[in-house]
Design a binder for this molecule. Structure first.
Ligand code: CP
Length: 350
């Protein structure tokens, strides 16, 4: 359980070899606790303190009801969302903030990006102008922007969230970017702390089949957070699904799913498309679905998934509906994670 005796898998983020990742998005170097952005694990310099705050927020969610008084958060979606959309609004409301939500892909002007672009096509507004205007209306801005999965270099440059950080003039929260989903990973860390029964549980991130090509953001981010926390992480996937190694330094990578499941304490299932053959589906083998037989190899492992999930494709009904499934509790912790992040941003404004 999260609490004062908490030990974070025996390592702190400052010790991580990955601790410089994400630094390219700093515009203004603020003191450690003054958050002007939340886009990766490296915006949380103190995981143990973060988890203790999460415990406080869980126990007394309305204790900071006046912190966000007269403050507005804009939640800008370029892609669909259920959990991120609702949990971040709920977190903001718990802090007394007013949320404004915009589906910019449906309700906004089509945006152009890049310096010197000649806007004689169908884009009516430049992202520079749109984001700067949003910053006039909001005290914090959250943005969701998926990768196109066509050009890896472009996606991994994270230009959209980079433009928000450059032009908003207010703190920016990633609601899932091209390569990371930090609010999800923060909730995952909180959930593992909540349910772990040994100090350093065996955590397995397993690839699972899916009919569509999905981003690598969730597995990248989960691996980044777990490696940064010093967790015992095994990643199981078919050959060709290796993630960008900058996210997986410290994880054990295997291609034998059953071997990975042996003695696991947590199974985290997720599909992703290939990073190396960028955006491609290389494997449709249904044998990679998480089922009861494989779960029986584990140490009564808890089953996790970020949701939404394709039942009986990614995971068998019997597993996700079974007693070891914690997917709903994991989703509930999305509010807690978002509330800690927003609380830290608001406290930095006082
Ligand atoms: N897990 C997650 O981010 O869910 P949504 O896409 O529904 O927000």
């Amino acid at each position: 359980m999260i609490g004062p005796a908490y030990s974070l898998f025996g390592r702190g983020l400052g010790d991580s070899p990955l601790s410089n990742v994400g630094a390219d998005y700093f515009l203004v170097q603020l003191p450690e606790r003054e958050m002007n952005k939340f886009i990766s694990a490296f915006d949380i310099p103190d995981f143990a303190a973060f988890l203790q705050e999460a415990q406080q927020v869980k126990q007394t969610p309305f204790a900071w009801k006046t912190l966000g008084l007269n403050k507005t958060i804009g939640l800008i979606f370029m892609n669909p969302s259920l959990r991120t959309r609702l949990s971040t609004q709920k977190a903001a409301l718990n802090l007394g903030m007013a949320p404004m939500v915009m589906n910019i892909d449906k309700d906004g002007w089509k945006l152009a990006s890049g310096e010197g672009v000649i806007m004689n096509g169908d884009a009516a507004e430049h992202v520079k102008d749109a984001v700067a205007v949003m910053g006039q209306y909001c005290d914090i801005i959250g943005v969701r922007s998926f990768p196109l999965l066509v050009n890896r270099e472009e996606d991994y440059a994270e230009n959209i969230i980079g433009d928000f950080i450059r032009y908003a003039g207010v703190p920016v929260v990633s609601l899932e970017s091209a390569t990371r989903h930090p609010l999800q990973s923060a909730a995952d860390l909180i959930t593992i702390e909540q349910y772990k029964t040994t100090p350093r549980p065996k955590i397995v991130l397993t690839w699972a089949p899916h009919p569509r090509a999905l981003p690598q953001a969730v597995p990248n981010s989960f691996a980044e957070w777990m490696c940064a926390a010093g967790a015992d992480l095994t990643i199981a996937h078919p050959e060709g699904y290796e993630l960008d190694p900058k996210f997986t330094d410290g994880a054990k990578i295997v291609h034998d799913q059953a071997a990975a499941f042996r003695n696991a304490d947590f199974i985290y299932a997720k599909n992703w498309s290939s990073y190396h053959e960028y955006g491609q589906i290389l494997c449709r083998d249904r044998a990679w679905m998480v089922d009861q037989a494989k779960m029986q190899l584990t140490n009564n492992a808890k089953f996790m998934h970020c949701l939404p999930v394709r039942r009986n494709v990614v995971v068998e009904d019997a597993v996700i509906d079974g007693p070891h499934s914690i997917v709903i509790q994991q989703a509930a912790n999305r509010v807690v994670a978002a509330q800690v992040v927003l609380k830290r941003m608001l406290e930095a404004m006082v």
